[in-house]
Design a protein around this ligand. Structure first.
Ligand code: BG6
Ligand code: MG
Length: 220
């Protein structure tokens, strides 16, 4: 069955999704764009410039490339302020247990986050060493829902995509896992993550033994 598990970071292992929300919200509202949780849902898993484009499309005016970069930088500085105090206490329930269960079962462990802050967040949480391979978002040309980041993780782990389980909280992330030809475990609500093969509320419900018993015909 599965030979590797590839995790998303934000919203799966830690609740940075909330900090991204706060930082985008302040930036958006300064541009006169109303930004609520429904809008934020569309941005989950989308890279920084892609998210910015979606927000500015609602602003009703054109922005130059330097203006866009300045807005993206200011959002990122605010986000970095918000995550300065992060520690292992910010790990979501069940996250470490899930990583340890995958390790104990002898599977490979990857991280596929499009966040350029992923290494910082992993270090603050104290879990970087738990991964066999962490994709460097700076090396990824196409963000989720493109499968590139999950395929890169699988190839670096030396595991065929069909033998990988991907774990994601975002609609775009689940789409990326499916486009990569992997089994998608959604974290969140089944009515939101409709493309996922299975959905659980959080990693505290992660049951590797059960997933390993799923018939291969159920996947991909
Ligand atoms: C994703 C988040 O993991 O990373 C998005 O779900 C975020 O909300 C994206 O915009 C990019 O993050 P960063 O840290 O590179 O701005
Ligand atoms: Mg996420």
């Amino acid at each position: 069955r599965f030979k590797a598990v590839i995790f998303d970071l934000d919203g799966v292992i830690t609740d940075t999704a909330h900090y991204h929300f706060l930082a985008w919200q302040r930036m958006a509202e300064r541009q006169g764009v109303r930004f609520d949780h429904a809008f934020n849902e569309q941005l989950k898993g989308i890279d920084r410039m892609g998210s910015l484009e979606l927000i500015l499309a609602a602003a009703g005016r054109q922005y130059t490339a330097p203006e866009k970069l300045a807005l993206a930088d200011s959002k990122n500085l605010h986000y970095q302020e918000l995550i300065t105090g992060m520690t292992a206490a910010d790990l979501l329930p069940g996250a470490v247990a899930a990583l340890d269960a995958v390790r104990a079962a002898g599977l490979r462990i990857g991280l596929a986050s499009v966040s350029k802050n992923a290494f910082t967040v992993l270090d603050r949480l104290g879990i970087r060493a738990k991964f066999d391979y962490v994709v460097d978002a700076a090396l990824i040309a196409r963000g989720k829902p493109d499968p590139e980041i999950f395929l890169k993780a699988a190839s670096e782990l030396g595991v065929a995509p069909a033998d990988c389980l991907g774990v994601e909280d975002a609609v775009a992330g689940v789409a990326a896992i499916k486009a990569a030809g992997m089994f998608a475990l959604g974290i969140g609500l089944p009515q939101v993550l409709t493309q996922a093969d299975r959905v659980i509320a959080g990693l505290d419900q992660f049951d590797l033994a059960m997933l390993q018993r799923l018939p291969v015909s159920l996947q991909n």
